[in-house]
Design a protein around this ligand. Structure first.
Ligand SMILES: [Fe+2]
Length: 288
């Protein structure tokens, strides 16, 4: 082999090594990234009144504030929501991390979150439901903190906004318990109700319901650690229906659900192929 060929060969090998290293670094950065994903999702709803067409709903869930590695992403998510300026903001539970149940430290470590949540503002309000971790920490205390920051907690009750939109909140399915009959009390004959429920399994209880057209949830963290493309995850804390599924789901002809991947992490301060998200849902009226 000539010297020229040897030189070319070494250069080619070196170039391949450099490119491979860059590519590997890039994919690793993506795989473990905790960079926020900002989602804009159209939600087509048959027969939605014109007054609600284009209404925007901000969604954040599963802060797990105070748990290892979560605080910065919590602050980033709230800043992102400020900039997105939706008409209404919904917070789908697990504000605190309740891994050590009923330990006052859980709340103490997450006080910064409640101070930041107070800065959120939306023309039609900011609303919350509790998650299982809020219950495991101290549901009464979390409710008091949110209420004190002008964020009503819709624990099995509903509210009608000035534009006619009804938002029904369900307490956590595991620990509340969640009760859709109470949540829909007084509005059973209405249509196009939006429901906020930490756990997406609430959809199983809505099989015979025709009043709810959108369910907003979190809880699953998207699996948190999952495979690329298929989004298979070794553990998702809900029914098998939602394994590998996040974002917008067409549950029935008239009902949609949206599952946030959440902001924080549980147990391990790690996400794999599953970045945290902040979402804005755009309600779209579709002709029947
Ligand atoms: Fe969670």
């Amino acid at each position: 082999m000539s010297n020229t060929k040897k030189t070319f060969s070494r250069r080619a090998l070196l170039r391949t090594l450099i490119y491979s290293t860059i590519a590997l670094s890039g994919s690793t950065a993506y795989a473990t990234s905790d960079n926020l994903e900002i989602l804009h999702t159209d939600v087509p709803i048959e027969g939605l009144p014109a007054a609600l067409d284009g209404f925007t709903i901000g969604v954040m869930s599963d802060f797990h504030a105070g748990a290892l590695g979560n605080n910065e992403v919590c602050l980033n998510a709230i800043q992102a929501m400020h900039e997105l300026k939706p008409d209404m903001i919904t917070l789908a539970g697990d504000f605190v991390d309740g891994a050590n149940s009923h330990d006052a430290e859980n709340i103490h470590n997450s006080m910064f979150l409640f101070q930041e949540l107070e800065t959120l503002n939306a023309p039609f309000g900011v609303f919350a439901v509790l998650g299982n971790h809020d219950h495991w920490a101290d549901s009464k205390h979390v409710t008091e903190l949110l209420t004190a920051k002008n964020i009503p907690v819709l624990n099995n009750r509903n509210i009608r906004l000035a534009n006619g939109l009804i938002l029904a909140g369900v307490d956590d399915l595991w620990e509340g318990p969640g009760d859709i009959r109470k949540a829909l009390r007084g509005v059973e004959s209405e249509k196009h109700i939006n429901m906020l429920s930490h756990n997406p399994d609430i959809n199983e209880d809505l099989i015979h319901d025709s009043s709810v057209s959108l369910v907003i949830s979190g809880h699953t963290h998207g699996g948190q650690i999952r495979a690329p493309i298929s989004h298979w995850a070794p553990w998702v804390p809900c029914g098998p229906r939602y394994t590998g599924k996040t974002g917008l789901i067409f549950e029935t002809a008239q009902r949609r659900s949206f599952i946030s991947k959440g902001v924080g992490t549980f147990l391990l301060p790690l996400r794999l192929f599953c970045p945290p998200d902040v979402a804005v849902l755009h309600l779209r009226s579709v002709k029947v």
